[in-house]
Design a protein around this ligand. Structure first.
Ligand code: NAD
Length: 300
């Protein structure tokens, strides 16, 4: 039986038909594409026109690859692309079922956005954040009575490939918001798993100290970066080494997540290693800037 049909083959009503994705970087562009591939209309929003163009280029490239590999037809690729619109403003999409915020990992940026979500979107719109580490309850403080509709939907990178969505309810999140968010995650082909509202939830609380320690090992000359990664891959069965993964996530994003963990949990082990901070200051942010711990000339 197809996932979008009932027992009799009748297309099922999707409870989410239109989403707004705020932030068109690594995560936002992946979330918008995955939604469109699942038949959901997506409005891709960013402050920067250049980021919207980059996201559009990424969508075109990904869909082209799927056509080349004969995973979808050229017509299907066109329909998916037609379901995404790009805008520097979300006020025209007030009737969206859900807004997923995927802007920078900064509490002030997110709170400012959530304040304007309340002013913009219909009362029933789910207000979801893709934050990696910031408290959902804290973000919801700026939404007043709409805190019932605020939830964490933590997608993973690359979104079209990774199956997990960590779902985090804040103190005031309603059962209905949780149910509708689980529906959305499943409609996008994902497996939602609940986690409680503590800084970093499960994934980043466990992952970030590992990444940070890999930077310390490199800084202290324990091994070369490529050897640190190879040791963790061959010895611990990791599919990707921690330093390569840090580049993939973005060194600025790792830094911001570690700072939230450090501030909220008060443990020095989360404070970003000087080596990581040095690379970030130099603009070596990982894949997205063409270099980080390693070089990516094709992406520069
Ligand atoms: P990114 O730096 O690639 O993209 C962030 C985008 O947000 C940029 O395009 C920026 O222009 C835009 N932006 C910033 N402020 C904005 C605003 N006020 N309105 C609209 N757009 C705005 O970051 P990313 O890696 O995509 O991360 C986005 C969020 O997802 C963060 O909260 C991050 O912690 C989380 N996250 C990241 C990963 C990862 O692997 N990179 C994984 C899971 C979750």
């Amino acid at each position: 039986m197809r996932a979008d049909r009932d027992y009799y083959g009748t297309p099922m009503e999707k409870s989410v038909k239109k989403i707004v994705v705020v932030g068109a970087g690594t995560m936002g562009s992946g979330i918008a594409l995955t939604a469109a591939q699942s038949g959901i209309h997506a409005v891709q929003v960013d402050l920067a026109q250049s980021q919207l163009e980059k996201a559009r280029g990424y969508h075109t490239k990904q869909l082209g690859r799927l056509v080349e590999k004969q995973k979808i037809s050229a017509d299907d690729a066109k329909s998916v692309a037609a379901r995404i619109v790009y805008s520097t403003d979300f006020s025209s999409a007030r009737d969206a079922d859900c807004v997923v915020e995927a802007a920078s990992e900064n509490p002030e940026v997110k709170k400012k956005l959530f304040k304007s979500f309340v002013e913009t979107f219909d009362a029933e719109t789910i207000l979801a954040t893709n934050t990696s580490s910031i408290s959902i309850t804290d973000i919801a403080t700026v939404t007043g009575s709409r805190a019932t509709h605020v939830i964490g939907m933590h997608f993973f990178n690359p979104v079209p490939v990774m199956k997990l969505v960590e779902v985090i309810r804040g103190l005031a999140t309603s059962d209905e918001t949780v149910a509708r968010s689980l529906d959305l995650a499943r409609a996008m082909g994902k497996t939602p798993v609940p986690a409680n509202d503590r800084a970093g939830f499960v994934s980043n609380r466990v992952l970030m100290p590992l990444i940070n320690e890999a930077f310390f090992a490199w800084m202290e000359g324990v091994a070369r970066p490529e050897d640190i990664d190879q040791i963790m891959m061959l010895g611990c069965n990791f599919p990707m080494g921690p330093l390569r993964l840090a580049d993939f996530i973005g060194l600025d994003v790792c830094h911001d997540i570690m700072m939230v963990l450090y501030r909220e949990l008060g443990d020095a082990k989360f404070f970003p290693c000087p080596k990581l901070r040095q690379l970030m200051t130099a603009g070596r942010l990982g894949d997205k800037s063409g270099c980080g711990v390693f070089d990516y000339p094709a992406k520069a």
